[in-house]
Design a protein around this ligand. Structure first.
Ligand code: ACO
Length: 363
């Protein structure tokens, strides 16, 4: 039997949702370049595209806006549940638990865009409620006039965010909404393939994403920049790490052999938003030096900056604390999980690989 550890190079499904082209550095969502969508469309419109196959017309756009705004109010039982979770439990685990508790009978049957909106719209409310609860403050009253991302920042800060911050974080949401058969998306498809429900698929996906090999990198980038601290320390710090064959956070990717288009788009936004900030100049200098030294220490590996490097810069520029980096990734990637759950359910075949038994046999 042919065995592929980590299923590397194995295609487990045909998909119309996205193309991740690692050689040419392209990320395509249903025929559209992700960077173009990030410049021109809201995350709600891109979710519609990924779930339905086409961008919404003006009437659909208005209907979608209302649906998202109407689904963001946290029910009382969820508030009680979130408040009861011990304070040392991390936000990703709070999200996983709260989503699990939403699984009533209305989520039975094949996944739908309406179900996906109900979960996706509530995630920022769960995060904000939890933060306010731990701080002993009250979240502000919901504002149905604000977009999904604007409302997230508003709930966290208690005031309406600037359009520049909203547009920047919206671009992040669009650029990271979907990325092919990554580990968390595969987990969602495996669960859906048993004809289980969307809540269970999302709970499994959150569990897969929180692992440090998947969704935990941007916080590592910020720690790395903090440790480097000053321009003079960049070269020796990186050399020391590469001499010890350690990984630099925010560099390298399993699929991209050229620049990750998401990294390029996020860099442009972060540089615009935080121009003149010393920490941004440091991040840019660290990137330049790291690319040069990676070429020296790892010639021919074609290691480039990945999406997490400038995601960390963008999060910092819009004022998100480090502990919300991975939870914010969950808020954006749920769109891709739901798209794949819907596609899996539509052309379902139970996902059930084999294993090669290498243990003993009875005499
Ligand atoms: N820093 C230094 N060297 C690296 C890095 C890095 N960030 N990434 C890869 N390499 C080197 C490896 O040491 C290896 O060298 P070798 O051939 O001398 O042994 C070579 O490049 C190939 O490495 P692999 O592990 O085979 O590359 P893979 O494609 O499996 O790794 C990964 C991809 C896990 C992302 C890796 O690049 C890494 O650990 N990066 C740092 C963590 C990070 O930024 N993660 C976020 C990725 S984006 C995302 O998942 C959403």
């Amino acid at each position: 039997m042919d065995m592929k550890p980590g299923l590397e190079g194995v295609a487990a499904a045909e998909t119309k949702i996205s193309l991740v082209d690692g050689e040419r550095g392209r990320l395509i969502y249903r025929g559209h370049r992700a960077e173009d969508l990030a410049r021109t469309r809201s995350p709600e419109e891109v979710a519609f595209l990924l779930w339905n196959g086409t961008l919404p017309d003006p009437d659909e756009r208005e209907a979608v806006r209302r649906q998202w705004a109407g689904a963001r109010v946290l029910p009382g039982y969820l508030k009680g549940l979130i408040a009861a979770i011990p304070r040392e439990v991390q936000m990703t685990d709070v999200l996983r638990t709260a989503v699990s508790a939403m699984g009533d009978a209305s989520f039975e049957g094949p996944p739908t865009p309406e179900q996906a909106i109900r979960i996706a719209a509530l995630l920022p409310s769960i995060i904000a409620f939890r933060r306010h609860h731990l701080a002993g403050t009250e979240p502000p009253a919901p504002r149905p006039d604000l977009s999904h991302v604007a409302h997230y920042l508003y709930l966290l800060r208690g005031e309406v965010p600037s359009p520049a911050h909203v547009r920047a974080l919206e671009a992040y949401f669009v650029l990271t909404a979907e990325h092919g058969m990554n580990a968390s998306t595969f987990a969602a498809r495996v669960v859906t393939s048993t004809r289980s429900d969307l809540i269970s698929a999302v709970v499994a996906a959150i569990g897969a994403l929180k692992g440090p090999l998947h969704g935990g990198a941007p916080a590592g980038v910020e720690s790395m920049l903090d440790e480097i601290g000053t321009e003079e320390r960049i070269k020796p710090w990186i050399r020391e790490r590469l001499e010890r064959n350690e990984r630099l956070m925010g560099f390298g990717h399993r699929i991209y052999r050229t620049e990750d288009p998401r990294a390029a788009a996020l860099r442009e936004i972060a540089v615009r938003l935080a121009a003149g900030e010393p920490w941004l100049s440091l991040a840019v200098r660290v990137e330049e030096e790291a690319l040069r030294l990676l070429e020296e220490y790892k010639p021919g590996r074609r290691i480039r900056t990945n999406v997490e490097y400038y995601a960390a810069a963008l999060f910092r520029a819009v004022g998100l604390p480090r502990e919300l980096f991975t939870p914010t990734f969950i808020c954006s990637r749920i769109v891709g999980w739901a798209a794949h759950a819907m596609e899996q359910a539509e052309h379902n075949r139970l996902i059930r690989p084999d294993a090669v038994y290498i243990g003993p046999l009875p005499d």
